[in-house]
Design a protein around this ligand. Structure first.
Ligand code: NAP
Length: 286
């Protein structure tokens, strides 16, 4: 049985993706923020599908020590139960903020969770992904378009704008997927972005101020059901031969920003390695 790890698996797009993937017979390791929400999600999945193979792990992925702890727990599980093989990793956990907030490392929270946590978790699980010639899928967003990475102030400490920080974190997700493909596609690891479109979830109503809360409450009503993007994740997981595109929306390849170049991807890789204190093994350059 193929195993898939998915972060942000307790609500919205992530939870719906767990529902679909368990129905398809995948073994799912979901990661959530709190023990309580993980329990709730697991019960929810099992109440409609008693045969679902799902196990939850919890941790605050904004904090690097927590990424390392959860990665250790998952690696131990995979080594014990799945021959040390990970078929896919879906880095989906995300947040919206209204003002400048930082992690224990002093990193801006949207950058830390929406992008850097996935960069670090992928690194920690990489040997298991390599063993399975696995897939890495990041949850992106249309909003990455029309923005550049602020290389001289990536945390946006000077003149913070929360929307810019969100958009930049999503551009970084695509650059990471591009960087992974540049380095490792020749060795069988493939990375993708899923652009969910506008989706009716509570992301803008968690830990946000009154204005963002209000605007998102109105905006999300125009969003599609989380089932729509969940089908795209399922599409990328179920294809026998790894799809060759990078950016997918509604199960089809889509256009992405011209900022997504190998040069920018390399630059971000180097910066992120520094910020996480890790180093990806050199892969096979294309
Ligand atoms: N909704 C949209 O229109 C839209 C559009 C484009 C992209 N996206 C992206 O889609 C992804 C999923 O968002 P969603 O809309 O489904 O929102 P959501 O329902 O709020 O899901 C976010 C998930 O991330 C988890 N999470 C939050 N903070 C965390 C932390 N510190 N550590 C670990 N996990 C944490 C949440 O856990 P809890 O359940 O405990 O809060 C939840 O499971 C995000 O990356 C978002 O940027 C969403």
């Amino acid at each position: 049985m193929k195993t898939i790890v998915i972060t942000g698996a307790t609500s919205g797009i992530g939870l719906e993706t767990v529902r679909i993937l368990t129905r398809q017979g995948f073994n799912i390791l979901g990661i959530g923020h709190s023990n309580e929400n993980c329990d709730k999600a697991e019960k929810d999945i099992l109440s409609v599908n008693r045969n679902a193979k799902v196990t939850y792990f919890w941790g605050d992925l904004m904090q690097q020590r927590e990424v390392l702890r959860v990665a250790d727990e998952i690696s131990a599980y995979l080594n014990k139960n799945c021959h040390g093989e990970l078929y896919a990793l879906i880095n989906n956990a995300g947040c919206v903020r209204s003002w400048y907030m930082t992690t224990e490392e002093g990193y801006e929270q949207q950058f830390a969770l929406n992008y850097l946590a996935g960069f670090m978790l992928t690194h920690e699980l990489f040997p298991l992904l390599q063993k399975a010639k696995g897939r890495v899928i990041m949850t992106g967003s249309e909003s990455h378009k029309g923005i550049k990475v602020h290389w001289d102030d990536v945390m946006l400490r000077r003149g913070y704008n929360p929307l810019t920080a969100y958009k930049q974190s999503k551009l970084c997700d695509i650059l990471f997927a591009k960087g992974l493909n540049d380095r490792y596609a020749a060795s069988g690891i493939h990375a993708y972005i899923v652009d969910p479109g506008l989706v009716n979830t509570d992301i803008g109503n968690k830990k946000t101020g009154i204005l963002v809360n209000f605007v998102w409450a109105l905006r999300k009503r125009h969003g599609v059901s989380p089932t729509v993007p969940a089908k795209t994740f399922a599409f990328l997981c179920e294809q026998k031969d790894a799809p060759q595109g990078l950016y997918y929306c509604r199960c089809k390849e889509n256009a992405y920003s011209k900022q997504v170049t190998s040069e920018n991807a390399n630059r971000l890789f180097a910066l992120s390695e520094q910020l996480c204190g890790i180093h990806y093994e050199v892969g096979y350059a294309r």
